[in-house]
Design a protein around this ligand. Structure first.
Ligand SMILES: Cc1cc2ncn([C@H]3O[C@H](COP(=O)(O)O)[C@@H](O)[C@H]3O)c2cc1C
Ligand SMILES: O=C(O)c1cccnc1
Length: 355
């Protein structure tokens, strides 16, 4: 498994920036004042660079929603009980969750992946069964998972991205479901980005102020208890993450290695993306940060990364909802790039030059 992981990282290349001038020339030749499509032009540029083609295709889209449980839920860090994780997986498989509605609206296929839910699911269409364990261990008293389990979860995510590539998908999106997972996500940000849990810990599903203080204490404790395991990004992910967060890291790495752009959902998905970025910085060329989550701390995380998320809708749900919405914006940007007429083809006069 270690060899597979090393070759996954070694296979990720930064994009070929020499294509940027051809792509920019095409953007500037479209029948509009230069730059008038604002960030849609940047998005089309990033998409084309990631795919390595000045004529990029965006047809098939897929969101993978990774589900897992967290031992730290026993510390009372969420407003909801852990049973909600499997209950929501059933809801997703039956089509009733927010992500079902928004992925359908975006024209994206949805896979729900059990990487570590504390429940045995029967075979169900729409559920991919890749269980690594029955919930991660409580990070307040030890590591979330062994390094072997972390590798397994990462390779599960990477394998699903590679499968999507083989099945002809052009754009992928991340999502997650796992009660209490804002706690490991915050601990990961804190260690990987060097920011204090005091400032980035938020209310997740809606805990009150008293519980918020307790959650901060638990996160500080988790970081202290696991300090010796956090000397590398991989070690940190295994010690403080969760099965779904590790799988999201792998999914992002796998997408980048196949040169497929990947849309990162909100706060929790961003923690998987940050772990991937710390393991392989070139991954940044393949990422779109979909939205600024309303979860306290996401703004600081985006600032640390120098990232500007596409949308800002005060969402704080996860599941892949922000990724699905942002996919529609990316879709629009790529369609404009591919389908608009050019000044020459439409016989429209170009801007006069002043001299
Ligand atoms: C019904 C329900 C549906 C959800 N869908 C996503 N989450 C989100 O909330 C959880 C994280 O927040 P915390 O750390 O406070 O538990 C994750 O499951 C996340 O996906 C949900 C949470 C609930 C209750
Ligand atoms: O932005 C997210 O991913 C998020 C925020 C709060 C709760 N669940 C998910």
């Amino acid at each position: 498994m270690l060899e597979q992981f090393e070759s996954l990282l070694a296979g990720i290349r930064p994009v070929d920036r020499s294509l940027a001038s051809v792509i920019q020339a095409h953007l500037d030749d479209l029948t509009k004042p230069q730059g008038s499509l604002g960030r849609l032009e940047e998005i089309a540029m990033s998409y084309a660079l990631a795919t390595g083609s000045p004529v990029p295709v965006l047809d098939k889209k897929k969101i993978c929603c990774f589900a897992a449980d967290h031992g730290v839920a026993a510390e009372g860090v969420s407003a909801f009980p852990a049973e909600v994780t499997p209950q929501m997986v059933y809801n997703m498989v039956q089509g009733g969750a927010a992500i079902n509605v928004l992925s359908k609206h975006a024209g994206a296929d949805l896979d729900v992946v059990d990487v570590g839910v504390n429940h045995d699911f029967p075979d169900m269409p729409g559920l991919i069964r890749k269980k690594v364990g029955y919930g991660s261990s409580n990070i307040a008293s030890g590591p979330a998972m062994s390094e072997t389990e972390a590798l397994q979860a990462i390779l599960c995510g990477a394998g699903l991205a590679a499968d999507a590539h083989k099945s002809g998908y052009h754009l992928l999106g991340t999502g997650e479901m796992g009660i209490a997972n804002t706690t490991p996500a915050t601990a990961l940000f804190s260690v990987l980005l060097g920011v204090s849990p005091e400032t980035i810990t938020g209310k997740g599903t809606g805990i009150d102020d008293v519980r918020l203080e307790h959650k901060k204490t638990i996160i500080r404790k988790a970081i202290e208890v696991n300090a010796s395991r956090c000397s590398t990004p991989f070690g940190t992910l295994a010690a403080l993450g969760g099965y779904e967060i590790a799988a999201i890291s792998g999914f992002v790495l796998g997408a980048a290695s196949c040169r497929i752009p990947v849309v990162v959902d909100g706060f929790i998905s961003s923690s998987g993306a940050v772990a991937a970025l710390k393991m392989c910085p070139a991954v940044i060329d393949y990422l779109f940060f979909s939205h600024l989550s309303n979860e306290q701390g996401h703004r600081a995380v985006m600032r640390e990364l120098g990232a500007r998320p596409i949308l800002d809708l005060d969402l704080r749900l996860g599941e892949g909802t922000g990724a699905a919405l942002a996919m529609q914006v990316i879709d629009g940007a790529v369609k404009l790039y591919n389908e608009m007429a050019t000044f020459s083809s439409a016989k429209i006069s170009e801007q006069e030059t002043s001299n």
